[in-house]
Ligand binder design. Sequence first.
Ligand code: 13P
Length: 295
Amino acid sequence: MPLVNMKPLLRHAMDNGYAVAAFNLVDYGTTKAMVKAAEELNAPVICQTSAKTIQYFSHREIVSWVRTVAEESPVPVVLHLDHCKDLAMIEECARSGWTSIMIDASEYPFEENLAMSLRVRDIADRYGVGMEAELGQIMGVEDDMVVDEADSVLTDPDDARRFCDALDLSAFACAVGTAHGFYKGEPVVDFDRIEAINRATGTPMALHGGTGLSDETFAKAIARGAAKVNISTNLKHVFVESVEDYRRKNPDDYEPLRVIDAQYQACKALFAGFIEKFGGRDTAPAFLASLRETA
Ligand code: 13P
């Protein structure tokens, strides 16, 4: 089916107590693996792209991969732009086929962040796509941008209300104690804050830094309003390690299709595990029915 807008999807997820898994695609194989995993579970999925992946390939290539696999699939697929600060790139994504865009101006003071995010609101409205924006600073490394623990700022629920009221977001990214990358110690996730932010904003929350969180943490965050969970680092590791593992077990095999198939299967299993964990199984039909009702 054609790519879907993120806004009604995350609203459906939040209202029905599940979260949609959002994976940072690497190439065509990982894109296909995430959609096929979603298909096996009859679940929606978000294929998202970092700015650096778009720079490496191109808007055209990425849109063609995601459309190719999504259009042949019966499950809803979103193509979303993850953390981006570049308004020209954001607009080019909306223009060329992304169905959701993210502005990350979280390093700026509140008013500047809001002003920049409002410019992206205009872009999203012009192209009819979903939108994510961030307030507070999430720790760790994302797309070569580093936020140290000392610089991370947890999101204040009252600020979150003002921000979300002005922006009408599909997903609200905020800092609640999670971090991008592998955790060094036990992460301290502020569940009360997640609940307070969700109560204040009524907006589906995007939980960043999904790699390394426990099943219990996912369940508690989703029960409190996390409707999108981002996974990137875990995929990077499986992407590389699955090839190393195949080579270790088959040192004389130089048939590339068997090598990339081993990688594909490992990535698909990873995706399916997260989709299941976030409660996505069999949620696609009800979401698609809700879309038909509002059409
Ligand atoms: P991880 O790299 O920790 O999985 O976080 C991904 C993320 O939040 C992307 O925005």
